[in-house]
Design a protein around this ligand. Sequence first.
Ligand SMILES: CC(C)(COP(=O)(O)OP(=O)(O)OC[C@H]1O[C@@H](n2cnc3c(N)ncnc32)[C@H](O)[C@@H]1OP(=O)(O)O)[C@@H](O)C(=O)NCCC(=O)NCCS
Length: 448
Amino acid sequence: MDTTITLPEGYSFVDLDDGAKSDMVELLRWSFPTALSHEGMLAVPMAPEAERSVGVRTCEDGRLVAMHASHPWERFPLPGATGQAAGLTEVAVHPEHRRRGLLNAMMRLHLSRCVKRGEVLSILTATEPTIYGRYGYGHAADSLALKLSRGAGLRSIEGSEAVKVRVLQLDRARHTSVINAVHQAAGAQGLLARPGWAGRTTEVLQAAELYEHHPLRGGREELRLMLAERDGEAVGYALFQRNAVWENWGDGGPASTVTVKECVAIDGAAAHALWSRLLDLDLTSKIEAWPVPVDDPLIGMLLNVTAALALCEEFLWVRLVDVPAALAARQYSSDIDVILEIRDALLPANQGQWRVRARAFSAEVSVEAVKSVEVSSADAGTNDARSTSERPADLSLDIRELGAAYLGGTSLAALAKAGLVQARSDEALLRTAAAFLWPIAPGCTWLF
Ligand SMILES: CC(C)(COP(=O)(O)OP(=O)(O)OC[C@H]1O[C@@H](n2cnc3c(N)ncnc32)[C@H](O)[C@@H]1OP(=O)(O)O)[C@@H](O)C(=O)NCCC(=O)NCCS
């Protein structure tokens, strides 16, 4: 355990393993109120990220009062590339011990461990959007919550009729590999891959088990699977549940809702085949889907997108842990040669000026620390390893704004208009903003 990170008096950090599961379950039930019983939650298999769980116990009686965990993502999707990232999750502090600085200490520990593990980014989804900006996380991607009416019209997509759709009871043992294979194939599309769409191993099954537990289902049926196949090959899937039909009989007849947990397809024809079925299930009247990426194929297919009553919510938050490594790991949408001046109060190694040079849509990216002419004269005589730049920084910004722009979904020019980024010139701002934006919107189809 890193001894340089101090907790408020009376608490100590501890690494958590499977043996602490009962304590973790109890803490999570306190922090995220649920209808699940202790035993009900205990029966759900431990998620893989729990291998990297860290807890805070009281010194007085050893009670577990805070925790966090993180997914070890070796190949997290970035614009045009992949990089090593941590997916922060299960951040919880017991209500009795909140607002004493336990989260502050856990965040410092998490970021210092990311640095040691060589993770260039930390990514999270936030329960409350006001929490994580103070730790340098920027709001990097949104998601849509869609509400569609049964029979909502779709444009026709060539090849859709050749896709066979089967409707099945989700069976962990039988369907894990096919779901994961489609998820992987849809995610691994080279330059066309969606930044932020984290890969998944068994989490979907963890979630499935939870949803099958009655109190959490809120009156919905067990999780169902729709499988799309072309020539015997799986090309898409959807996980969905319908409300109990008799309890949801309206004045005008059946009024059940279809909740679409996830709809993933490797091409437009497969997506069309799945959504056509989801939008027309008997005895239902509404279809709800979340989290849907803002440029999901469904959006392009809908005849009346306004009627989908989309609610746009912040979704992915990104924190650059290692600025030069992270900037070098992604690709850019246009040629770029820019000097960024970064402020980072929490991780000072990121502070200073970084020159980023890259060719459009190319893995050839170089990032070096520079000192501007003014700085170099002040530093004369020191052993500063940075090269000297002939020009001042083009953009000056906090690490939080860099995180917001990093996955390519937030414009640095928009942040400058909000007064959050300072630019040497309008041209430098527009050139840099254009290079950082990415043609595929960042997003993720599942909550972690
Ligand atoms: C949110 C939570 C983790 C905060 O933990 P905590 O130990 O009370 O936080 P700290 O005392 O370390 O406070 C850290 C800072 O965050 C702020 N903060 C804490 N909770 C906040 C919230 N819900 N909204 C906005 N700010 C919050 C504090 O004011 C403090 O700010 P400061 O350092 O600028 O003064 C805790 O209340 C909790 O577990 N809540 C329920 C579960 C949850 O929402 N988890 C987050 C999952 S993403």
